[in-house]
Design a protein around this ligand. Structure first.
Ligand code: FE2
Length: 253
C-alpha cells in the first residue's frame, strides 16, 4: 500500500514538529500496511511555503532516522502545492517539487472554498510541460461536492484525483464521505493519501476496507498500489498518457 500524501517531515509545516513525531507517524503507517509514503509538506498556501531544498534536507533526515531504526518503509519526497495565480510561473522557475522528485506529477491543493476559473488553463499548461497534476483531497472541495460532473471535467482535462483516506471513514463529515464514495463508484479515484497531521488518525487500512465494500478488490489495489507506483517512476515520457491507459481515475487520450 502506498500513501501518496502526508505531513511527516519534521518541523516544516503544521505536520510533524520533531523527528520523534515523524517516526511516530512512520510506525503508524507500517502498522497500517503502508510500504511507501510520499512526504508532502505545504507549499505556497499563504502560511507555509516550504522550499525545495528544505524539503529535501528534512526528507534525508527522516530517511536516515528510518534506516537507523531498521523500519521497513520507503519515504519519498514531494510537496502539496496550493494553486495560486503564479503556479505555472513558479514551476517554470524550478521552485516546485514533483512527487518523488521525478518531474512527472505535481500534487496540487485547491483553495478551500472554490476552484479558480484559470485552473483548467493551468492543467493544460502543466500538461504542455509534461506534468500531470494530482488534485489533493478533491472530495473536500465544496465546488466538486456540489457540481455534478466537475470531477469528471477535471479528469478529462488531464488531472488526477486523490482522496484522503479519512474521508472514506467519515472523519471529515458527511459531504466528503458522500463525495469520496461517489468518486470511487464512478471510477475516478487515482490514489489515496493519509494527509496525516498531528491530531488525525492514520486511516489507510480502514479506507482500504471501505473501498473494498464499494468497488472490486482489484480496483482497490489499483488505487492503493498500482497507480501510485507510477508516481515514483522517473520517465523521459513524462505526461505520456499511453503509460496510464486502462487505469482507474484516468482518461485515455
Ligand atoms: Fe495535506
Amino acid at each position: 500500500m502506498i500513501d501518496t500524501h502526508s505531513h511527516i517531515l519534521p518541523a516544516l509545516d503544521d505536520g510533524a514538529q520533531s523527528i520523534q513525531q515523524s517516526m511516530d507517524f512512520v510506525i503508524q503507517a507500517v502498522d497500517q500496511g503502508v510500504k511507501v509514503i510520499f512526504a508532502t509538506p505545504h507549499c505556497c498556501d499563504g502560511v507555509y511555503d516550504c522550499k525545495k531544498t528544505d524539503i529535501l534536507a528534512a526528507w534525508q533526515e527522516l530517511c536516515h532516522a528510518v534506516d537507523r531504526a531498521g523500519v521497513d518503509i520507503r519515504i519519498l519526497p514531494g510537496a502539496e502545492i496550493r494553486v495560486n495565480h503564479d503556479l505555472v510561473a513558479r514551476f517554470d522557475a524550478g521552485d516546485l517539487l514533483t512527487l518523488g522528485n521525478t518531474g512527472r506529477y505535481l500534487l496540487l491543493e485547491l483553495p478551500p472554498m472554490f476552484i479558480p476559473h484559470a485552473f483548467f488553463k493551468m492543467i493544460h499548461q502543466l500538461k504542455e510541460r509534461g506534468i500531470i497534476p494530482i488534485i489533493a483531497h478533491a472530495e473536500r472541495n465544496p465546488m466538486i461536492m456540489s457540481q455534478h460532473g466537475l470531477a469528471a471535467d477535471l479528469i478529462f482535462q488531464g488531472a488526477r484525483v486523490q482522496v484522503t483516506a479519512g474521508s472514506l471513514t467519515g472523519d471529515f463529515g458527511r459531504g466528503p464521505l458522500k463525495m469520496a464514495r461517489t468518486l470511487a463508484q464512478n471510477n475516478q479515484i487515482f490514489c489515496l493519501g493519509s494527509d496525516i497531521h498531528p491530531g488525525r488518525k492514520y486511516r489507510m487500512k480502514t479506507a482500504e476496507k471501505k473501498l473494498n465494500k464499494l468497488i472490486d478488490s482489484a480496483d482497490t489495489y489499483q488505487i492503493l498500489q498500482k497507480n501510485p507506483e507510477q508516481l515514483s517512476e522517473p520517465s523521459p515520457g513524462a505526461g505520456n498518457h499511453s503509460r496510464t491507459g486502462n487505469i482507474r481515475g484516468a482518461i485515455n487520450f
